[in-house]
Structures are given as structure tokens and as C-alpha cells.
Design a protein around this ligand. Structure first.
Ligand code: ATP
Length: 357
């Protein structure tokens, strides 16, 4: 991992927009006066309808778009006073159609920034192989291929690997999984999420897809036209308590299903392990691979309850041979779990609302 350019107090924002404004030469005000912080190691998603200023905001952070007024700070430095080329070496950038160099191999594409930074061949080769493995492509097979020899999904993986090559502290992503079919997209999202947790990269990601936002974002910023920040909160809160009006419309139907996709089972959601004789009637133990565990997503829990015909299903703690039944999940338990995460969201949103006013 690279070390940050300068020590910062814990929790200091890595990217800070201060009254950032962009007016294009034809008079279009894409972003009016945005205040927004992205915290270290955070994956912040910008979401909103077409033309609301998401890409403009993102591109203000690496100076592909120059501000008309206000400031953007990256790692505490005003980027207007930073050399744009040096800035972009510290900030990875991934766009929808990836923009791989067609006449360079996958390995050479990934090595673009390391080459600019003057890394030696051995270090570059090792890093390239590591990154290909990280995004799930066999280096022996893919390093020497050209972009035209890849599927759309593979190209996007290479795009992500290239952006991560010099281990930038900050990554900007504009619809990075847009060109992939829904199933591949889901897989890429999952893998990217894992990689981001592992590397601790601070990420700002633009999407118009609310499901993607909910799946990936530590926090989600919902924009309306003109780069207005309508709501900034975590996924549960956004779904449980969307701000009235534009956000609620944008989040739309299917909120309950999305909540099922993000909640995770914890011990308080379960009937105690010993209660099966006088409490819920236990379903037969599921095959370990499909068994529920503490931390299982609610949608898996819902599927297991449906398969058991509504009978209590066992939930395991620990893995492998050491796994033990932590308790039993009943339909009421799952309802309680949904109430638990939405009640938690309500508390936080009340706090956030008073902090914002
Ligand atoms: N170079 C430009 N000159 C004039 N107007 C522009 C320019 N680039 C973008 N705009 C306008 O600024 C507004 C915001 O555009 P932006 O691309 O930031 O939106 P977006 O939310 O990323 O949209 P989408 O989801 O459709 O990509 C839009 O009205 C767009 O037409």
C-alpha cells in the first residue's frame, strides 16, 4: 500500500467539495454550489437521474472539469493549486467504456501509470500479475492479450485493474460496470466491493442505478438536477426513510426487496438454540453449503424460510467442523430483523436531520 501524501487527522475527508460550482460555457449550470465530503476508506455513491450533474461532480475531483467557483480539496490540498497530471496519477479513474489502449496488451495497459512513475520491470510485472488475479483474470492467459480479444466484462475488469495499478488512495468511477450484462454486473460489483474493502481505497462512484448504489455504497448521495444534494445517507436509511419528494420517487417501488438484499442476520433475530422443543418446530438441518449463518443476507433467509414452508430454520455460527447452531430463525424473527434495521435507520436519520439543519 502507498502511504498517504501527508498525515491527516483520523476521519478527515479525503475529498472535500466546498461550494463547488460548474457553469459550462453555454450557460448550463451543472452543479450549483455543492458541499460534500468523502471520508477515508469510504465508498461513496453518487446517484440520480440523467443530467443531474453526477459526472460533472466526479470530474471536478480530478480536474477533468475545472470549477467555476468554490474549491475541491483532495487529501487536504486545494486541487486548483496542484498540477493536474500529478493529481491524476494519485487518483484512479474508471469510466464506462473503459478506454483501454487498443494497441497495447492487457499487461501494458495495466502498467500505464507504473511506467509513468518509473517503476522497474520486475515490480511492474509483479504488480500487474497481482492485479489480474485480484480482478479474477489469470495473468498467464490475459497479460498478453489485446483489448479486442476480451469480453466486455473482462475489459471492465482490466479497466479496474489499471486504475488500481499504482495503488491510488482515491478512485473515481463513472458507471464502471455499465457495459456488462446484469449477471456479470452483479459479480463484478461483488468482487469490486471485496477488493475495495481489502485495499481500503477511498472511492467515489457514479451510477444511475439505485440497486447498484444500495449494494455498494457506504453512503449514498442522491442528486437532483443542478447537482443539488437531496439526501446523503447509508443504504438502509435511504430505503427505509427516503426524503419526501424527488428521492422517494427516485428510490421508487421495490424498496422492501432491496432492504432484504442488504440486511444481515444477527443473534438477536433468532430463537435461542435450545428452544426448539417447546418453541418453533425445527426444519431438518439444511446441507451445510446452503445453511443460514450469522451474517447471512435477509434474502437468503427469506428463501430458506420459504423452502421450509415457514418452519423455523437453523442458523449456524462459525465455519467448517466447528459450526454450531446459534439459534432458529422463524418468519416472525425475520420480520423483527427487518424492523430492527429500519428502526436503527430511523434513529440515525433523526440525528442526521438535526445535524443538517
Ligand atoms: N461540456 C458541456 N457543455 C455544456 N453542458 C454540459 C457539458 N457537459 C455536461 N453538460 C450539462 O450539464 C448537466 C450535467 O451533466 P452531467 O454529465 O454531469 O450529468 P450526469 O448526472 O452525469 O448525467 P448522466 O447520468 O446522463 O450521465 C447536463 O444538463 C448536461 O447537459
Amino acid at each position: 500500500m502507498s502511504t498517504p501524501a501527508a498525515p491527516r487527522p483520523a476521519g478527515a475527508p479525503v475529498i472535500r467539495f466546498e461550494q463547488a460550482r460548474k457553469e459550462y460555457p453555454d450557460g448550463t449550470v451543472a452543479v450549483h454550489g455543492l458541499d460534500l465530503d468523502v471520508a477515508e476508506h469510504e465508498l461513496l455513491v453518487l446517484v440520480g437521474p440523467s443530467g443531474c450533474g453526477k459526472s460533472t461532480t466526479l470530474r471536478m475531483a480530478n480536474r477533468l472539469v475545472e470549477l467555476t467557483a468554490g474549491r475541491v480539496l483532495v487529501e487536504g490540498q486545494d486541487i486548483a493549486r496542484t498540477d493536474p497530471v500529478a493529481l491524476r496519477r494519485r487518483i484512479g479513474y474508471v469510466i464506462q467504456n473503459v478506454g483501454l489502449f487498443p494497441h497495447r496488451t492487457v499487461g501494458q495497459n495495466i502498467a500505464t501509470v507504473p511506467a509513468l512513475l518509473g517503476w522497474d520491470r520486475q515490480r511492474t510485472r509483479t504488480r500487474t500479475a497481482e492485479l489480474l488475479e485480484l480482478v479474477g483474470l489469470d495473468p498467464g492467459v490475459y497479460s498478453a492479450r489485446y483489448p479486442y480479444q476480451l469480453s466486455g466484462g473482462e475489459r471492465q475488469r482490466v479497466g479496474v485493474a489499471r486504475a488500481l495499478a499504482a495503488d491510488p488512495p482515491v478512485l473515481l468511477m463513472d458507471e464502471p460496470f455499465g457495459a456488462v450484462d446484469p449477471e456479470g454486473r452483479r459479480r463484478l460489483q461483488q468482487e469490486f466491493w471485496r477488493i475495495q474493502r481489502e485495499l481500503g481505497t477511498t472511492v467515489m462512484l457514479v451510477t444511475h442505478d439505485i440497486d447498484e448504489a444500495v449494494r455498494l455504497g457506504d453512503r449514498i448521495a442522491v442528486f437532483s438536477q443542478g447537482g443539488h444534494l437531496e439526501q446523503l445517507t447509508d443504504a438502509v436509511n435511504l430505503l427505509a426513510r427516503p426524503a419526501a419528494g424527488m428521492v422517494a420517487d427516485f428510490v421508487g417501488n421495490g424498496r422492501a426487496v432491496r432492504l432484504l438484499g442488504i440486511g444481515e442476520l444477527v443473534a438477536v433475530d433468532l430463537e435461542p438454540a435450545g428452544s426448539s422443543s417447546n418453541g418453533p418446530a425445527p426444519a431438518p438441518l439444511l446441507a451445510p453449503a446452503s445453511a443460514l449463518r450469522l451474517g447471512s443476507r435477509f434474502d437468503d433467509a427469506f428463501a430458506a424460510l420459504a423452502a421450509s414452508g415457514g418452519q423455523a430454520v437453523p442458523v449456524l455460527a462459525g465455519g467448517g467442523a466447528g459450526a454450531a447452531i446459534a439459534g432458529w430463525l422463524t418468519p416472525d424473527g425475520l420480520l423483527g430483523a427487518l424492523r430492527r434495521i429500519t428502526a436503527h435507520a430511523a434513529d440515525e436519520s433523526d440525528e442526521a436531520a438535526s445535524a443538517h439543519r
